[in-house]
Write a protein that binds this ligand. Structure first.
Ligand SMILES: Nc1ncnc2c1ncn2[C@@H]1O[C@H](COP(=O)(O)OP(=O)(O)OP(=O)(O)O)[C@@H](O)[C@H]1O
Ligand SMILES: [Mg+2]
Length: 293
């Protein structure tokens, strides 16, 4: 009898724990870093349009423009920020002042050129920023748009993120540079798996072929697993939307490129890297400090 009661209690305890885990899972904050080896392959377009797609699926998205040299999330959306991340770090502006409401309720922190590492902040600045960061409520997805090329800053953002989304095109130069970036990530042991998006393709087959080629080379020489998350068709409406400074998913919702982005957003929401779990903005901030500090 006692055994039975004990078993029942254990079972109930297990169920309760599962429920808490389940609830906590719902509250997780996901941090994705969008990166590429070669520049101009479509990172900013992926970040901005995927942010909108994810927001429509019920996520609460924040885009951080971490392109330190040439910030361009704002340019792509026709936004003219008066306060940037640079001012938050070095001109005593608050994070709240820098956050912009983007399309569909997506929040944006515009990048500032000349931004350097967080280590240059003194303790008072760090704690002020920590407080402000934690006040940013209702964010459950952070997308970091990065600049082209391999830098220590990029590596820090990659280390900070749970998932890295590498954007490449089928062109050999883009693939070689994607491999170069993955090699550095592997050598620094920052990630065990990386997600890949193939942009500007003429068809699904080319995208798969491109991915397989990269995957074969990567998995032959490096200890990294590549995961395919989708492709985006080469579509004139993407550059048309850029010219109009609008997100293509908003300007051309029925375009093939918009459908592709939606599928990628579906895939991204369905799979997740459970190695690192972040449940509150304060956990996110602590991780940020650990990586940059
Ligand atoms: N799927 C596509 N179809 C057609 N054109 C595209 C597509 N994706 C990107 N482009 C073109 O490539 C240009 C560069 O895209 P984007 O700014 O997103 O690249 P990026 O990787 O962020 O560049 P950078 O490395 O300079 O930050 C766009 O302005 C657009 O003209
Ligand atoms: Mg860009």
């Amino acid at each position: 009898m006692t055994d039975q009661a004990y078993n029942l209690r254990t079972l109930m305890e297990k169920k309760r724990k599962e429920k808490i885990d389940e609830l906590a899972k719902d509250k997780e904050i996901k941090v994705y870093c969008v990166a590429s080896g070669k520049g101009g392959v479509g990172k900013t377009n992926v970040a901005v349009n995927m942010a909108i797609a994810l927001q429509r699926k019920g996520r609460k998205v924040l885009i951080i423009d971490a392109d330190l040299g040439m910030a361009n999330v704002d340019v792509l959306l026709g936004i003219f920020p008066s306060v940037t991340l640079f001012d938050v770090f070095f001109n005593d502006k608050s994070l709240q002042e820098a956050v912009i409401d983007g399309p569909e309720g997506v929040k944006i922190i515009p990048g500032g050129s000349g931004m350097i590492k967080m280590t240059t902040l003194d303790t008072a600045q760090q704690s002020r920023l920590a407080e402000e960061f934690m006040q940013m409520e209702g964010i459950d997805t952070i997308l970091i748009d990065t600049g082209a090329g391999i830098s220590m800053n990029l590596m820090s953002f990659i280390a900070f993120s749970q998932d890295v989304l590498i954007v490449t095109t089928p062109e050999p130069t883009a693939l070689t540079d994607a491999y170069g970036l993955i090699k550095v990530i592997s050598e620094l042991q920052l990630k065990k798996n990386i997600k890949v998006i193939v942009n500007r393709v003429s068809g699904k087959e080319i995208a798969l072929f491109t991915f397989e080629r990269l995957k074969n080379t990567v998995e032959k020489f490096l200890k990294i697993e590549l995961q395919y998350v989708g492709y985006i068709m080469d579509d004139i409406r993407v550059s048309n939307a850029v010219m109009d400074r609008k997100a293509f998913i908003l300007e051309y919702p029925n375009a093939i490129s918009s459908k592709c982005i939606n599928s990628i957003a579906d895939r991204i929401s369905g799979i997740s890297n459970n190695e690192i779990r972040l449940r509150t903005m304060s956990e996110v901030y602590n991780r940020l400090i650990k990586v940059f500090g």
